[in-house]
Design a binder for this molecule. Structure first.
Ligand SMILES: [Zn+2]
Length: 188
């Protein structure tokens, strides 16, 4: 039986450097291009479909993952590492596929938001975090008080869960300033 693959997870709020950590992990993983598959969810349309980018300008080529994507068809005998950016947006259905790949010795690295803007567990992330062999919390800086930020605060009152955006819509906040922001919205 093949040795079990590693499941490495980077999680945190927005602006915590998750995609940067993912790209750094890939760069340091010592895998050849044909041994690597990088995916981002098709829903993420902030940049070109075939590239992941960071807020500080790092880039990596990727494949767009959508409903038509069949993971098993993209795996080759050479595949050693699969990377998922914005992992919260991947359908939970793919977790059984990922587990099978791990059991075949393929490693997975994922980066994503652990909580949505209402501080609820976000999509696929809880499953990845519960099963991680290496779990890395990343933090941003609170926009209000400069303490360690763990929450994503939505500045707009738009209630659509998946509002893909950047600093126009969201800011990083510590738990206290996040709660104060919510209380202010409820009062208003
Ligand atoms: Zn704060």
């Amino acid at each position: 039986m093949a040795e079990q693959g590693q499941l490495v997870v980077y999680y945190g709020c927005m602006f915590a450097g998750k995609t940067t950590a993912l790209i750094d992990y890939i760069s340091n993983a010592n895998v050849k291009p044909n041994e690597l598959l990088v995916f981002k969810p098709g829903i993420d349309n902030r940049a070109a479909k075939n590239i992941i980018t960071t807020h500080d300008g790092k880039k990596h080529e990727c494949l767009s993952y959508d409903q038509e994507t069949i993971l098993s068809e993209l795996i080759t005998p050479y595949t050693k590492l699969i990377a998922l950016d914005e992992a919260q947006f991947f359908d939970k259905i793919i977790f059984s596929d990922l587990k099978r790949l791990l059991s075949k010795g393929i490693s997975i690295v994922a980066a994503g938001l652990d909580k949505d803007y209402l501080a609820r567990p976000f999509g696929l992330m809880p499953l990845l975090m519960q099963n991680a062999t290496q779990l890395n919390e990343l933090n941003a800086t609170c926009e209000c008080c400069n303490n360690k930020a763990t929450h994503t605060y939505r500045k707009e009152s738009n209630k659509v869960l998946v509002l893909i955006g950047n600093e126009n819509y969201y800011e990083a906040r510590c738990a206290d300033c996040y709660q104060l922001g919510l209380a202010a919205v409820i009062k208003a």
